[in-house]
Ligand binder design. Structure first.
Ligand SMILES: Nc1ncnc2c1ncn2[C@@H]1O[C@H](COP(=O)(O)OP(=O)(O)OP(=O)(O)O)[C@@H](O)[C@H]1O
Length: 273
C-alpha cells in the first residue's frame, strides 16, 4: 500500500504485510504463568475490590500473585492494599511494590508524585502505559497475574487483550437491568478476542439483614444466572453489599478480609494451572 503507516493496530486494511499478532513479550526477567483479566461493562461496580480479593485469596493458598492495575485514570489498587511507598527502578526496569502478604503490584499511582494527580492523557498514551506495565516491569516469578481493567470495551481493554496473553477473564457486574445489558457487551468482547470467561461475579447482589438474616435485593432481582446460562459460563459468585468490603478497601486492609464469597471463583482461577 502506498499510504502505509506501518501501524496495523489503527488500520483496518487486510494487506499482505498485515501483522496478525500484537502480543508483546514481557520483561526478560518476568516469568508469568497465567494472566486473568478482571473486567466490567460499567464503572463503579466493584471490579477493583473483586480483583484485590481474588489476589488475596490465591496468595493465601500459597500462590505467587500479582496485580497489574490497568485502570490508569482511576487506579484503586494501591489504596485497597494501603501501599504508601513509590515504585523504584533499576537499570533493567521498574520494580513492582510488594504488599504486606507478598502480592506484587504495579499501578500508575505508584509512579505519580501525588496520589491525587489526575492522569489527563490521550487514549494511546494510556494504552502505551499499560503495555509498559507488562514489558518494562520486572515481575519475576508469578503464578497468577490479575489485570484490573478499566471499565467498558474501549481502547485500553482492547490493547490489553491484544498485547497481553490473557488466559481468562472474570466479569464483575451489579444486579441492575442496565448493567446486565452492558455486561453482555464485555462478555461478547471476550468472545471476539477468543478469551474464555472463567466466571461472573455479581457484586452488591443483596443486603443481608444483620438481625433476621433475610436477604434483600436492594438493586433488584439478579439476572446473573440467565446471562451465565446464555453464554455457557460455569462459575457464578454473589457478593453482598457490606460495610466489611467498603471499609477494608477504603482503609487499605483488604488483605485482612475473609472474602469467603469468592472462594470458588479463586478455585476456578487456580484450576488454570
Ligand atoms: N460489595 C460491596 N459492598 C459495599 N461496598 C462495596 C462493595 N463492593 C465495592 N464497594 C465499594 O464501592 C466502591 C467502588 O468499588 P471499586 O473501586 O472496587 O469499583 P470499580 O468497579 O473498580 O470502579 P471503577 O473501575 O469505575 O473505578 C469502593 O469504595 C468499594 O469499597
Amino acid at each position: 500500500m502506498s499510504e502505509c503507516t506501518h501501524d496495523c493496530e489503527s488500520c483496518g486494511q487486510d494487506c499482505s504485510e498485515r501483522k496478525t499478532s500484537f502480543l508483546e513479550e514481557p520483561h526478560r526477567l518476568s516469568h508469568i504463568k497465567k494472566v486473568i483479566g478482571v473486567v466490567s461493562g460499567k464503572g463503579g461496580v466493584g471490579k477493583s475490590s473483586v480483583t484485590s480479593m481474588l489476589a488475596v485469596l490465591t496468595r493465601r493458598d500459597g500462590f505467587k500473585t500479582a496485580i497489574l492495575d490497568a485502570d490508569v485514570t482511576g487506579p484503586s489498587i494501591p489504596k485497597a492494599f494501603g501501599l504508601k511507598q513509590k515504585a523504584a527502578g533499576t537499570e533493567e526496569g521498574i520494580l513492582p511494590v510488594r504488599t504486606k502478604t507478598g502480592i506484587d503490584v504495579m499501578s500508575i499511582n505508584l509512579l505519580l508524585e501525588n496520589d491525587t494527580d489526575p492522569v489527563v492523557w490521550r487514549g494511546p498514551v494510556i494504552a502505551g502505559t499499560v503495555k509498559q506495565f507488562w514489558t518494562d516491569v520486572i515481575w519475576d516469578d508469578v503464578d497468577f497475574m490479575f489485570v484490573d481493567m478499566p471499565p467498558g470495551t474501549g481502547d485500553v481493554p482492547l490493547t490489553v487483550f491484544q498485547s497481553i496473553p490473557v488466559d481468562g477473564i472474570i466479569v464483575v457486574t451489579s444486579p441492575q437491568q442496565l448493567v446486565s445489558m452492558i455486561v453482555e457487551k464485555a462478555v461478547k468482547m471476550a468472545e471476539m478476542m477468543n478469551v474464555p470467561v472463567l466466571g461472573i461475579v455479581e457484586n452488591m447482589s443483596y443486603f443481608e439483614c444483620p438481625d433476621c438474616k433475610k436477604k434483600h435485593a436492594v438493586f433488584g432481582e439478579s439476572h446473573i444466572e440467565d446471562i451465565a446460562a446464555k453464554y455457557g459460563i460455569q462459575n457464578i459468585a454473589k457478593l453482598p453489599i457490606t460495610g466489611e468490603i467498603a471499609s477494608a478497601c477504603d482503609k487499605g486492609i483488604v488483605e485482612l478480609l475473609g472474602a469467603q464469597w469468592l472462594n470458588e471463583m479463586a478455585d476456578a482461577v487456580e484450576n488454570l494451572l
